[in-house]
Design a protein around this ligand. Structure first.
Ligand code: ADP
Length: 243
């Protein structure tokens, strides 16, 4: 099966089962949303899938390859990229330098060496244009608005050319105009064949953007389907009301 499949995924922190025997499949080619109340395990799920956290149990497969418990670099190498809830950029590097650092994680010095391949710089500029902040290429990230930093982070994710992209709250803290731009970008990137898995609290964004919604509650999926069906599901309403 093409896509991301998780079976029996479990991760506890002390006595808290953040992800509790979760099984779910995200088909390749879709814009998938992962929603659920605060503390329902969405970020921990992301972290397990992307190798930032080792699950206690369960299996993660990508295009039928077992990637369970692999490190973040290896998972990135499989073609899975991610952004973070609290946007991660290097504040004192310029936008273009941030993108160069994104392709050589772990070595900013090497990333910014004069002998950098011109192709990387060209690609960085091309991606800044793509996300609409090419005019800010030489501005330090700390001087960008939060929304612009999120666009920069997305460009950084795209530097590795991932075919599956996990976004953790792309619309969080972003003004409506930039939310709109992020939505357009996600749709375009999806039309080019990239799969998305998006954790998002903004229900307008979830409903307008996603093909398929998975709802988490207490560490596992309780409902899934097209956005309008999921929205009307009594189990989902109960979960959000704390039932
Ligand atoms: P969500 O992203 O849906 O808000 P999280 O995955 O962040 O949910 O959290 C799920 C549960 O796991 C929460 O009860 C949270 O407090 C707990 N948790 C998450 N990460 C840690 C951690 N590193 N240490 C201890 N508890 C954690």
């Amino acid at each position: 099966m093409k896509g991301l499949r998780v079976a029996g995924l479990t991760k506890s922190f002390g006595g808290v089962r953040a992800v509790d025997d979760a099984s779910v499949t995200f088909q390749h080619g879709r814009i998938n949303a992962l929603i659920g109340p605060n503390g329902s395990g969405k970020t921990t799920f992301f972290n397990c899938v992307t190798g930032m956290v080792k699950p206690d149990a369960g299996i993660v497969t990508y295009h039928d390859r077992d990637i369970t418990g692999r490190g973040a670099h290896k998972i990135a190498h499989e073609g899975i990229g991610r952004s973070f809830q609290l946007c991660r950029v290097f504040p004192r590097l310029t936008a273009v330098e941030n993108l160069l650092a994104a392709v050589r994680p772990g070595s900013i010095v090497r990333a910014l060496a004069p002998a950098r391949l011109k192709s990387d710089v060209d690609r960085a500029l091309e991606l800044l244009t793509r996300v609409g902040i090419e005019h800010l290429a030489d501005v330090e990230a700390r001087d960008l608005s939060y929304g612009q930093q999120k666009l920069l982070e997305l460009a950084g994710v795209l530097m590795a050319d991932p075919e599956t992209i996990l976004l953790d709250e792309p619309a969080g803290g972003v003004n409506p105009a930039l939310i709109e731009r992020i939505g357009v970008l996600v749709r375009e990137l999806n039309a080019e064949g990239r799969t998305f898995l998006i954790v998002e609290h903004n229900m307008d964004v979830v409903m307008s953007l996603s093909d398929h919604v998975v709802v988490f509650d207490r560490g596992r999926p309780i409902a899934e389907g097209p956005p309008d069906v999921v929205r009307a599901d009594p189990l989902v309403l109960a979960a959000y009301l704390g039932g």
